[in-house]
Design a protein around this ligand. Sequence first.
Ligand code: AMP
Length: 359
Amino acid sequence: MTRINPGGTIGILGGGQLGRMLALAAAKLGYRCHVFCPEENSPAFQVADKTTVAAYDNEDALLAFAKSVDVATYEFENVPSNTAALVAANTLLRPGAFALSVAQDRLTEKDFLNKAGVQTAPYQAFHTAEELEAAFKKIGRPSVAKTRRFGYDGKGQKLVKTPKDIEEVLDVTKNTPAILEGFVQFDREISVIVARSASGDVAAYPVGENVHTNHILDTTVVPATVSDRVEAKAKVMATKIANGLEYVGVMGVEMFVNDASNEIIVNEIAPRVHNSGHWTMDGTGCCQFEQHIRAICDLPLGSTTAFGKVKMKNLLGEDILDLDPYFQDATASVHHYGKTEPRVGRKMGHVNWLEREEG
Ligand code: AMP
């Protein structure tokens, strides 16, 4: 249970907006950050004490990075396992390599979730055309084929409704290991942002309700329009997962909800701070980024209570070029990631609206 006190240095693998907001939260608590990222001009570099521009397989650079920090963390789940192992051998890595390996592979993830007593969609692994045929016999249609690794924002996925769709599956999965999942008839998508500290304390934020457009998160609203029972059950499930992984840090758990049955199905876990937790920056006293820093440094966890109703909207691409309406809105809080090129679909910033509850 190593505690790292303010004044210490936190290493962050990855220099995107999540790394940037982690570094800002760390600075608030008096920590310094060393950000490691292969891309020059990474958003997190603008707010970090120290930066390294190097590839994730550059062992010398990784070693120097690990030796320069008191604890290392990451802002993306596809940290190569060799990178994680090298860092973990030379400093504390939180969350640990186990959580990373579970979350990186949809099959390992689903196996883990089911073993932990958390419900997922039915699934079957496949790789070859014969295995795909067998998977269809078991799972049926409609179903969703997904590559086991490196899928995000709907990439590497194929919704299968017709026999013709089946023919296209292997083109989409590109003959890499994949799974076929049963299609879940859900009414809404929710997520739970949960934190577990190095000492094992757990705190979950109120459930957020997410709307995706073109597979990219558009808005998160808190509170979610779910029953108290679903709210409580979702938090229990997220807590079970965090404990089962002996997780240290903040994690996002994405779920599907069926209103009539109150059934919750876990879609996936993200072993990092999560876009659907950005509302916490203006909606709580301790946002997910500060909470992650507290968890990995083993400080007491902060309050997860929402101040009222909150809505988060992502600003994609050129949305970032017209911020005045938000600046003129007294209830809006703008977060700009400092990226210069507003490419289509690129996450450039977000806005939070808070409707405070009196009292
Ligand atoms: P994922 O990459 O697993 O987060 O999936 C992206 C989106 O596809 C989800 O947010 C859902 O809207 C949809 N989706 C994924 N898996 C399923 C499923 N098994 N059943 C229904 N919709 C799904």
